[in-house]
Design a protein around this ligand. Structure first.
Ligand code: ADP
Length: 665
């Protein structure tokens, strides 16, 4: 018997002193006290408590040691007497059978607070010597720690399964290629969506790499896998070109993969498989290749462009969208006698002639804001001589695909010599024009001087013919007629020369009005009809709409038409036809004089409108003609903003066409 139990004064309890205890109580108490399981005995009607050391923690420090020999109702009062202890003692007492409770929840005061504890225990009836139930033996085991451990484990398991599911989802949906290969044959155990997609959703699981993906055999992957399994060293591949079939019937396609083969090591250190993890970097590799190729091309292009820039005999430069120079050819820098870098910073404004600077600056900034091509002429100072030379500076804008201005490609061309030549030519032309004017003036004066005596000759011949100076013989009359004929002819010539000279000096005034075409034609025709009749020619006049008008000087137009018609009469043989056509267009009206005459050789057509040209003087039927008629007509047509053209076939005839603007009303 336990010392404490022995020393306890049991006589104060219902049990009475030890000596009076029944045998059954003594033996039970001895067994309880010897047991190392927590045990508690309730005895007698008052349920006096006896317990062993293992049971002490059950009370909690607070109530022990007073609990010994205490009435259970007092000991557990207010806690679990009513809820647990009493009903269970009663149950055992009533049924005589042991009861068993597992992991029963029992709130117990411990360390100054109520603790949630769990117990697995039994209540067993203990019989008195006489065979009645004298008490209840409680064998209890606290299971709080286990219950909590189990609960934690359950929670962990639950969490684990959630994590597993999450992991599986991550594995499946990962944007990377993931597969697990098992065994020395590299059999697919798992492969995620990305991996399956890469290989065209072929059957993988349970197959070896060579069976599932026959196209990789011979690309070295199986050997790599073997190596990883053999050495345990992971393999890391970067941008490995891999030919794969990415759709059931597709052609094998080259793809680029970044991947890791990682050995899967078991607890015993053996290697059971390989974890494959990778990323398809095909798009980025291809894009990079394209960029690299473009960059190489660009570099090559730039190099050529620079060579070109140096090869051409002009200053070549480029500028950014804001107009700042970002490239100048060596020649450009050499001209200014500075380093290219210096120009890139400041441009060549310092070298532009101060007088030309405002205009060129204004143009450049206008180009900048409008994105329109830039062009200006300015004088640039040559570094070595300090001389200014005229340059034509031009720049064309460059745009990107979106149409935004990205920069300028420009050039400065030395136009000094050209400008000088141009100035010289201008001066020469001025001189030539002056000379030509002088010639015309001379002709005008001369013609006038010639006309006066000629008129006198005519006048005196007439006097003689009229017999005022005395009778005239028949042969003298004939001579007088010849004198008069020649005088008239000479006067005609002089008049034409004078007309032409006036045209050339620009002193002719045009009185432009709406001229009725049929009227002017009728007048001209009336003038040439007698000649045509004498020469046995048919003159065909068109039916012209009475409303048809041209913008012209009536006199001058009639002069042109008379000239064309008389030429036609002159150069057409007897029996020929002279026809006039009128053609009205939207803005112009053409009058064509067509003959069936001798025509004009092709090589003469070009000069026919030049003054003093006569194609074949021998064919000029009469002594008349100066070779000025067409030149005058041509200039007159031009003077009225019209033109005179010719088409001709030798032996068949000619067509002279005068075209003038339509009348305005
Ligand atoms: P000309 O006073 O000599 O007629 P024109 O200037 O009128 O001067 O004509 C120049 C020359 O063009 C003529 O001499 C003639 O050789 C040629 N010519 C002009 N019209 C015709 C024509 N209708 N047919 C053939 N030759 C023509």
């Amino acid at each position: 018997m336990h010392a404490r139990c022995r020393e306890f004064d049991w006589s104060a309890t219902q049990l009475g002193p030890l000596e009076v205890w029944p045998v059954s109580l003594r033996t039970t108490v001895a067994a309880v006290l010897a047991a190392r399981h927590p045990m508690l005995l309730f005895w007698g009607p008052e349920n006096i408590q006896l317990y062993n050391d293992a049971y002490i923690p059950t009370f909690g420090e607070r109530r022990h040691p007073e609990a010994l020999g205490m009435k259970a109702s007092e000991c557990w009062k207010g806690e679990i007497w009513e809820t647990v202890v009493r009903p269970q003692i009663a149950e055992v007492a009533a049924g005589g059978m042991a009861t068993w409770y597992e992991d029963q929840h029992i709130p117990l005061p411990r360390e100054g607070r109520v603790e949630e504890t769990y117990w697995t225990y039994s209540y067993s009836p203990v019989f008195e010597d006489v065979g009645r139930i004298g008490g209840a033996l409680v064998i209890a085991q606290e299971t709080t720690a286990r219950v909590f451990a189990e609960r934690r484990q359950q929670a962990l398991m639950k969490q684990l399964s959630v994590e597993r599911a999450r992991l599986a989802a991550v594995f499946e949906q990962a944007p990377a290629l993931i597969a697990v290969l098992r065994g020395s044959e590299h059999r697919f155990e798992q492969a995620n969506h990305e991996y399956r997609k890469l290989v065209g959703h072929r059957e993988l699981i349970g197959r070896t790499v060579s069976e599932a993906l026959p196209e990789v055999v011979g690309q070295g992957f199986v050997a790599l896998l073997d190596g990883v399994l053999a050495t345990g060293e992971p393999y890391v591949g970067r941008e490995i070109p891999t030919v794969l079939v990415s759709a059931p019937d597709a052609e094998p396609e080259e793809r680029f993969l970044n991947f890791v083969y990682q050995p899967l090591t078991e607890a015993d250190g053996s290697r059971s498989g390989i974890f494959v993890h990778g990323i398809d970097v095909t798009d980025s590799v291809r894009a990079r290749h394209a960029v690299e190729a473009a960059a190489a091309e660009l570099a090559e292009g730039k190099a050529r462009y620079r060579t070109l820039a140096e090869a051409v005999p002009v200053q070549v430069w480029t500028a950014r969208a804001d107009g700042r120079l970002d490239f100048v050819s060596d020649q450009t820098a050499a001209y200014f006698g500075v380093a290219a870098d210096e120009l890139l910073g400041s441009g060549w404004s310092n070298f532009v002639h101060p007088d030309d600077l405002p205009a060129s600056d204004a143009r450049w900034s206008r180009a900048m804001t409008t994105g329109m091509p830039y062009q200006t002429e300015f004088r640039l100072k040559e570094g070595s001589t300090g001389e200014y030379r005229w340059h034509l500076s031009r720049a064309v804008p460059e745009f990107d695909d979106e149409g935004s201005l990205t920069g300028w490609v420009g050039s400065n061309t030395d136009v000094e010599d050209e400008r000088r030549a141009r100035a010289e030519a201008e001066a020469a032309r001025g001189v030539a024009e002056a000379a030509s004017r002088a010639k015309s003036d001379f002709l005008a004066v001369m013609s006038h001087e010639l006309r006066t005596p000629l008129n006198a000759i005519g006048g005196y011949a007439e006097l003689l013919e009229m017999g005022i100076r005395g009778p005239v013989t028949e042969s003298q009359r004939e001579d007088l007629a010849r004198i008069q004929g020649s005088q008239r002819h000479l006067l005609g010539l002089i008049n034409e020369v004078l007309n032409y000279a006036r045209l050339e000096t620009g002193t002719v005034r045009y009185d432009l009005r709406d001229v009725n075409v049929s009227d002017v034609l009728a007048e001209a025709e009336a003038l040439v009809r007698p000649q045509a009749r004498v020469r046995g020619l048919t003159l065909q006049m068109p039916a012209v709409a009475p409303t048809a008008t041209v913008r012209a000087d009536m006199e001058k137009l009639r002069q042109i038409l008379v000239n064309l018609l008389s030429n036609a009469v002159k150069f057409t043989d007897r029996g020929g036809v002279i026809a006039i056509d009128v053609h009205e267009r939207e803005l112009t009206v053409s009058i064509a004089v067509r003959d069936t005459g001798i025509g004009i050789a092709a090589d003469k057509l070009a000069t026919i409108f030049e003054p003093f040209v006569q194609v074949r003087a021998d064919l000029t039927r009469t002594a008349e003609g100066t070779g000025l008629g067409l030149a005058i007509s041509f200039d007159l047509a031009r003077g009225m903003e019209g033109e005179l053209t010719v088409e001709s076939t030798p032996g068949e005839g000619s067509v002279f066409t005068v075209t003038l603007p339509r009348g305005e009303e």
